[in-house]
Design a protein around this ligand. Structure first.
Ligand code: NAD
Length: 476
C-alpha cells in the first residue's frame, strides 16, 4: 500500500514497511509504506499547489458535484469497501457495511452543502457596506484513528473539501486500507491532483511531521487525549488552529420512570457495538437507586447473550484492533476483578474463532464505586460500569464527574426532567430516550474538556473548516 501524493501513487522515502494485521487472526496480510517527514513535506506542497491551482479555482457548485459523485462511487463499491474494512479492523460484516453508507452520506451531505455556505451583510455606519464571507483555511491536515476508518475519512475530509481546502490525510497505522481504497475512488470522482493526499505511517513520525509542518493551516485530529495535546501544541507553534476529538466516558442515565424495554437494548448496543472502541460508547450506566437492581439485573442477562466473533460470523461485535489494545482492555477487566468489583454479566467468544485473534469478553461490572478507575477512565473496549444514583441532583453530579464531556443518554418519561438534564449535563450531545452519535451526519458533534474541542458533522463543520472574513466598504 503506497502513499498518494499530488495525484500519484508513490512509495515515498521511507526504508521499511509497516505490517497490516488482521485482528481476527493476528496475522499480517499486507504492508504499508512507512511515511517520513520528507513525504509529508512533498504532500503539503502538492496540496498547496492544488489549492492555488485547479482545485482552488473551482466554483463551490463544481466542488459539490465532485463530492456527490464520490458519495455515489462509495455506494457502488460498498461490498468491496466493507470487506476491506472488516479485514483491517475485525468489524462484523454488516457493521462495516453500515460504515460504508455513513461514509457515502458524508460526501452526499457536504457535496450538497458546498454552494450553500452563505455569508451575511451587517448594518453598519451610514455610508458603509459590510459583508461577512466564509473562506477555506487553505491546506488542512487530518489524522485518523483506527476505530471507524471509513466513517472518519468522510467525517473529516468531506466538509473540508466542500469548503475548498486541499487536504493531507494520515490514517492510523493499525487500519489504513479503506482510506487508500477510498482515495483511489476519489480519482474516479474527478478530484484534481493534490486535493486529497494520503501518507501512511507511524504517528510519531508521519503524524508528528504533519502537525509541525508550517504549510498546514488547520488540523483535524481524532484519537487519544495524550496525542491530542501534542497535536494542539505542535499546531500552536506555527499558529495553526485545530479541532480535537479525544474520546469520552459517556453516561447512560436511567431514571425509575424510564421505559426499560426501550432502554435495555439501546444501552447494551451503545457499549458493545464496535467492541466498545467508540469515542461515544455509553460506558457508564447510571441508574436511579430504587430500580438499580431491577434494571442492572436485566442488563446482566442481556450481557450474557452477547456473542463475539469474526467478521464472517457477523455477531454482536468483533475483536479488539491490536494486541496492544487487547492487553489494555483486558487489563481494565483484570484490575476491576482484582479490586473486587462484582462481574455481573459477561458475553461469550464464539467457538471456532482463530486462536491468534484479539478477542475479549464484553463485561458488565456493578456497583462500581465512584472513585474507581472504571467509573472515571475510558477503557475503549466493551466494558460497562454500572453505578446507582439517588435523585436528579445526584445524577447530574455523577454524570459530570469525569474530565470528559462528549455524549450523554437520558432515559425518563418526565418531559420537564428531560430538558433540565439536557441543559445541565456537560456534554457535546445529549440524547433523550435514544442514543447513538454515529449515524447523525447532520448533527454537530464534539466535546468539552478532555473530550476535545471544535465541532465536526452538520453545518458546524463547514464553519470549522473555514475562516470568516469581514469586508467593509465605504461608499459615501
Ligand atoms: P493515538 O492517539 O496514539 O493514535 C491516533 C492517531 O494519531 C493515529 O493516526 C496515530 O498514528 C496518530 N499519532 C500518534 N502519535 C502521534 C503524534 N505524536 N503526532 C501526530 N499524530 C500521532 O491512539 P492509539 O494509541 O491508537 O489508541 C490509544 C487510545 O486512544 C485508545 O485506547 C482510546 O482511548 C483512544 N482513541 C480514541 C479514539 C476516538 O475516537 N476518540 C480513537 C482511537 C483511539
Amino acid at each position: 500500500m503506497k502513499h498518494f501524493i499530488g495525484g500519484r501513487w508513490v512509495s515515498g522515502t521511507g526504508e521499511g514497511m509497516l505490517p497490516a494485521i488482521d485482528p481476527s487472526t493476528g496475522k499480517r496480510y499486507a504492508e504499508l509504506a512507512d511515511g517520513t517527514a520528507a513525504d509529508i513535506d512533498a504532500t503539503v506542497r502538492a496540496a498547496r499547489a492544488a489549492r492555488e491551482g485547479a482545485w482552488g479555482r473551482m466554483t463551490a457548485l463544481e466542488r459539490g458535484r465532485i463530492l456527490m459523485r464520490f458519495g455515489q462511487l462509495i455506494l457502488d463499491h460498498a461490498d468491496e469497501l466493507a470487506r476491506i474494512e472488516s479485514q483491517d479492523t475485525g468489524k462484523p460484516r454488516r457493521v462495516a457495511h453500515a460504515d460504508t453508507q455513513a461514509a457515502a452520506r458524508y460526501f452526499e451531505f457536504y457535496g450538497a452543502a458546498a454552494d450553500k455556505v452563505h455569508g451575511e451583510t451587517v448594518p453598519f455606519i451610514d455610508g458603509h457596506f459590510v459583508a461577512v464571507i466564509h473562506e477555506p483555511h487553505g491546506v488542512t491536515g487530518h489524522i485518523l484513528p483506527w476505530n471507524y476508518p471509513l466513517q472518519m475519512y468522510g467525517r473529516t475530509l468531506a466538509p473540508s473539501l466542500a469548503m475548498g481546502n486541499a487536504t493531507v490525510l494520515k490514517p492510523a497505522e493499525e487500519a489504513s486500507a479503506s482510506a487508500l481504497r477510498l482515495t483511489a475512488l476519489s480519482e474516479e470522482a474527478g478530484f484534481p491532483a493534490g486535493a486529497i493526499n494520503v501518507v501512511t505511517g507511524r504517528g510519531a513520525v508521519a503524524g508528528a511531521a504533519l502537525t509541525a509542518h508550517p504549510g498546514v493551516d488547520f488540523l483535524s485530529f481524532t484519537g487519544s487525549p495524550e496525542v491530542g495535546r501534542l497535536v494542539q501544541k505542535a499546531a500552536a507553534d506555527h499558529y495553526a488552529t485545530c479541532v480535537l476529538e479525544l474520546g469520552g466516558k459517556c453516561p447512560q442515565i436511567v431514571f425509575a420512570d424510564a421505559d426499560f424495554d426501550a432502554a435495555l437494548p439501546v444501552v447494551r448496543t451503545g457499549i458493545v457495538q464496535n467492541a466498545g472502541q467508540t469515542c461515544s460508547a455509553g460506558s457508564r450506566l447510571l441508574v436511579e437507586r430504587r430500580v438499580y437492581d431491577e434494571f442492572v439485573g436485566a442488563m446482566a442477562s442481556r450481557f450474557a447473550e452477547v456473542r463475539v466473533g469474526t467478521p464472517e460470523m457477523d455477531l454482536d461485535c468483533g475483536p479488539i484492533i491490536s494486541a496492544k489494545q487487547q492487553a489494555r482492555v483486558q487489563g481494565f477487566i483484570d484490575r476491576a476483578q482484582a479490586d473486587g468489583l462484582p462481574l455481573l454479566g459477561q458475553g461469550q467468544i464464539a467457538d471456532g474463532v482463530p486462536r491468534g485473534g484479539y478477542f475479549v469478553r464484553p463485561s458488565l461490572f456493578g456497583a462500581v464505586p465512584r472513585g474507581n478507575t472504571l467509573a472515571r477512565e475510558e477503557v475503549f473496549g466493551p466494558v460497562l460500569a454500572a453505578l446507582p444514583f439517588d435523585d436528579e441532583e445526584d445524577a447530574i453530579r455523577l454524570a459530570n464527574a469525569t474530565e470528559y464531556g462528549l455524549v450523554a443518554g437520558v432515559w425518563t418519561r418526565d418531559g420537564a426532567r428531560q430538558l433540565r438534564m439536557a441543559k445541565r449535563v456537560r456534554s457535546g450531545q445529549v440524547f433523550i430516550n435514544c442514543y447513538g452519535a454515529g449515524a447523525g451526519i447532520e448533527l454537530p458533534f464534539g466535546g468539552t474538556g478532555k473530550s476535545g474541542h471544535g465541532r465536526e458533522k452538520g453545518f458546524a463543520a463547514l464553519h470549522e473548516f473555514g475562516v470568516t472574513k469581514t469586508i467593509v466598504m465605504k461608499h459615501g
